[in-house]
Write a protein that binds this ligand. Structure first.
Ligand code: ZN
Length: 237
């Protein structure tokens, strides 16, 4: 059983009618709906929960954390961001979706600004699979298309991914590293670009496939209790 926690800031869905229409139960609700199943149990939390719902206890009970946020990045306390960072170093998996490229845990874990260029034309994106043998691309064809998406463009200020899975191409001419894998400590991290709040992207089959695959990929192999530098005795004399 993989235990997933979805953190969604849950602001747009409460303040903008257009977003409410697309995600009446919140973006976290839409993701939980398709993700929960035989092998996956899902809990959700938002900025409205004390400590964003991300206490040490919850993080210890989480195999993979999914993060969607946009306008509320600064509302996440630094200590919560640090807690998430440490949980990943200890082995928890993390999936950052769309505008989570500016979230505190993402920037802490990767050490860069996560800055990118963007415009909201809402045109088509074609996502090319550049690592077809990756577990994250399982079940996809050579590419898939999102009919309407916000444009994210290079340069994207991230470290070179340990493995690049997707490159997005937009009809307005830009390209973007849309699916990036990293290892940090014992944890695995996946950044996935689709998911602007005004478009029904999390209902799309291919997007759901990628997130499902990414959860399996990011699930911990080894978790440690402490982040320390232990003094040891020589094994042989
Ligand atoms: Zn967006």
């Amino acid at each position: 059983m993989i235990r997933v926690t979805i953190f969604n800031e849950h602001i747009h869905e409460k303040t903008e009618e257009a977003v409410q229409k697309v995600y009446p139960h919140g973006i976290h609700g839409a993701i939980k709906e398709f993700l929960e199943g035989e092998n996956v149990v899902v809990r959700t939390c938002t900025l409205d929960d004390p400590e964003c719902g991300l206490t040490n206890e919850i993080l210890r009970d989480t195999d993979v954390l999914i993060w969607w946020a946009h306008v509320g990045h600064e509302k996440v306390p630094d200590e919560v961001a640090q807690r998430v960072q440490e949980a990943v170093l200890k082995g928890m998996g993390a999936i950052f979706l769309h505008s989570a490229h500016k979230s505190k845990p993402f920037m802490r874990l990767l050490g860069t600004t996560g800055n990118l260029s963007w415009h909201e034309s809402g045109t088509k994106e074609r996502i090319w699979v550049v690592s077809p043998s990756s577990q994250i691309a399982k079940g996809l064809g050579e590419y898939f298309e999102i009919p309407n998406e916000e444009t994210y463009a290079e340069p994207f200020d991230i470290p070179q991914p340990d493995r690049l899975i997707f490159i997005g191409w937009y009809t307005s001419g830009e390209v973007f590293r849309s699916g990036c894998c990293y290892n940090r400590g014992n944890g695995k991290i996946f950044y996935f670009q689709p998911g602007h709040e005004t478009f029904p992207i999390f209902y799309q089959k291919e997007v759901q496939t990628v997130i499902r695959n990414a959860v399996e990929w990011a699930a911990p192999v080894k978790r440690i209790e402490q982040l320390d530098c232990p003094h040891t005795k020589p094994i042989e004399k």
